[in-house]
Design a protein around this ligand. Structure first.
Ligand SMILES: Cc1cc2nc3c(=O)[nH]c(=O)nc-3n(C[C@H](O)[C@H](O)[C@H](O)COP(=O)(O)O)c2cc1C
Length: 222
């Protein structure tokens, strides 16, 4: 049965817009696939370590040449990669923090973007990089304090979160992300209420579309 992996990166818990919407996706998933798996990884409650000297040395040593100590250093990273590889769909809750992704989410990507595991490198090729995930579908739920940082907004060019996530996804073999966006969280006015309502509706439609695709043979969604 299909496996869903949800990654949370909001520092907030109860008041988090992204966590509320990822919960909506999870509930729809569980209703549609009662026997499916759901893994929720809270990247704030259980933060990934920053990569350091020992990690880099281990990750860039080919597997057969790794010492027992190197294998141990990569244990958490390997577990995170295994978890990601086992997912049929990935949902990321990604608030906009200082024009980019939260540090907790970047620390996760630093752990799972791994040569030989999530991408292959061949210096002989014109493009030396090959993604190793099987184009796993990705939904990104994002929220910003301002509305002008969303597509069509006057400050969208300052939004480094979306282009960065797109690059990372294609680099390791996650599919082009579908973004569900909320704006105006700082304002807490009607624009915010409307933006949340539109996002909830867009997310429900997106899920219905995924389900329709899931009934097609050979579908990668689930
Ligand atoms: C540390 C921090 C940095 C933030 N930086 C930005 C920003 O650069 N631009 C913006 O529009 N909102 C910014 N915000 C507001 C959040 O994007 C907004 O509150 C969002 O709803 C947070 O997601 P959450 O509701 O899931 O916690 C920031 C909030 C925090 C806590």
């Amino acid at each position: 049965m299909p496996n869903l992996l949800i990654l949370h990166s909001s520092g907030r818990t109860n008041r988090s817009v992204t966590r509320a919407l990822t919960a909506q996706f999870r509930d729809q998933w569980q209703a549609s696939f009662p026997d499916g798996g759901v893994t929720e990884r809270d990247l704030v409650a259980e933060a990934c370590e920053f990569v350091n000297e020992a990690w880099v040395a281990a990750a860039f040593t080919e597997e057969p040449n790794r010492t027992a100590r190197m294998q141990q250093v990569l244990q958490v990273s390997d577990g995170l990669v295994d978890e990601l590889m086992a997912a049929d769909h990935v949902v990321i809750g990604a608030p906009l923090y200082n024009f980019a992704m939260p540090a907790a989410l970047k620390a996760y990507f630093d752990q799972i973007v791994r040569v030989g595991r999530t991408f292959a490198f061949d210096a002989e090729q014109e493009n030396p990089y090959t993604p190793l995930l099987p184009n796993t579908p990705l939904t990104v739920i994002t929220s910003a304090g301002d509305g002008a940082l969303l597509p069509g907004g006057a400050l969208y060019e300052l939004n480094c979160l979306e282009p960065h996530l797109k690059i990372l996804a294609s680099f390791i073999g996650l599919a082009e992300p579908v973004f569900i966006r909320v704006g105006y969280d700082e304002y807490q006015d009607e624009r915010h209420v409307n933006s949340k309502a539109r996002a909830a509706e867009a997310l429900a439609k997106h899920f219905t579309h995924l389900l329709e695709r899931a009934t097609q043979p050979g579908c990668a969604v689930c």
